[in-house]
Ligand binder design. Structure first.
Ligand code: AMP
Ligand code: MG
Length: 349
């Protein structure tokens, strides 16, 4: 299949530029589009064949449900069986934005879209292109991240093209995304709102709105018997082909340890990389250093993480040492993704 490529011109009317893509969605086709978190791969959420096509294009396990995107909060009513009080408060506080809520579903969204679950994930994104596409197509858009399953989520249209060119109908290039990490997923079907996937909106942000809230024990535990509730959090994800190890501790110790390891690896003839902050980048010797952002700008770190994880593969890095990025607000989300990429290999000094 030939994949159409639409490049957004921000100086022109958006509506006209997404019209053809909207028609593709209405007719059951697949369109990748930018959101403020990562690029999504969209299909008509009510059309089970479109959902099946999304799984096929991504190579995604069919029990890993899709998130349904809406352009306005009034659309929630159409697909859920119940709207808890906590959901209303969270929607008021964080929509449009990088938050997904899990509701009990009604019969409108087919089980193919929800991976067989009787709940449905819903998000109202703030990105103008995503919103124009939803308004223009008039359909509930089921959209997981627009990457091949297991690869880092796409933060640029180029990443989508790398993974899905020839497999989907169209890609809308709306430039680099803002946040660069997937949405915070909050389950509001139980008494206490529970974060199933950390993201830009933190547990403290959620508590400030609803009072009591918690983190799913399954994502905090290293014990593989404690399963995360979100199916997608159970899979290995984002892993570069090279061996990625996170080194945690005092700055000087981390640098000394990594420099020593670089030397050992070089002696064995390996291609070594370091993932660092911009402040510490110059402290490493004899390795390719990828500085992803300033420790004073955690948003920059989040935005660059997936791009760098992809570059490790392109540049065939065999061994990668990463600093830990325990930044104040979104550090938990950044570390959740980084530790997954590292298969939880951590050296604590
Ligand atoms: P992605 O859009 O690629 O970030 O993937 C969507 C994420 O949402 C995956 O981790 C899914 O497991 C999760 N998800 C979607 N629907 C549900 C649901 N009904 N219950 C729990 N997790 C869900
Ligand atoms: Mg994904």
């Amino acid at each position: 299949m030939e994949t159409k490529y639409f490049t957004i011109d921000e100086t022109k009317e958006l509506k006209d530029q997404v019209k053809e893509a909207g028609d593709i969605l209405k007719n059951g086709g697949l369109v990748a589009f930018p959101t403020e978190t990562v690029y999504g791969l969209g299909g008509d959420a009510k059309n089970k064949d479109a959902s099946k096509a999304i799984y096929a294009a991504k190579g995604r396990p069919s029990d890993n449900p899709l998130i349904v995107h809406i352009p306005d909060v009034s659309w929630v009513d159409g697909i859920v069986s119940e709207i808890p009080e906590a959901a209303k408060k969270l929607a008021d506080a964080f929509w449009p934005g990088p938050m997904t809520l899990i509701f009990k579903k009604n019969d409108v969204i087919p089980l193919e879209t929800t991976g067989g679950l009787d709940t449905v994930a819903v998000r109202l994104p703030s990105h103008p292109v995503a919103r124009a596409l939803m308004e223009e197509s008039g359909v509930y858009i089921a959209a997981p991240s627009a990457n091949t399953s297991g690869r880092p989520s796409p933060t640029k249209a180029k990443h989508v093209a790398e993974d899905l060119s020839g497999k989907i109908d169209a890609i809308i290039d709306g430039g680099e995304v803002n946040i660069g990490l997937e949405s915070t997923i909050i389950d509001v079907t139980e008494d206490i709102p529970t974060i199933l996937r950390p993201g830009y909106i933190s547990l403290d942000d959620v508590k400030a709105v609803v009072g009591e809230a918690r983190m799913d024990p399954g994502i905090l535990s290293k014990d593989s018997n404690v399963r995360p509730k979100a199916p997608g959090m159970r899979y290995r994800h984002y892993a570069p082909k090279g061996n990625l190890i996170v080194v945690n501790g005092e700055k000087e110790k981390v640098c000394a340890y990594i420099n020593e390891q670089i030397q050992n690896a070089k002696d064995l003839g390996k291609k070594v990389a370091v993932l660092s902050s911009s402040e510490t980048a110059s402290m490493y010797e004899n390795a390719k250093v990828y500085a992803i952002g300033s420790l004073n700008d955690e948003e920059e770190i989040a935005r660059n993480l997936y791009d760098v994880l992809r570059r490790f593969d392109e540049e065939e890095m065999e061994l990668i040492f990463s600093e830990a990025f325990e930044t104040p607000h979104i550090g938990q989300a950044i570390m959740n993704r980084l530790l997954k990429a590292a298969g939880h290999q951590v050296v604590s000094l």
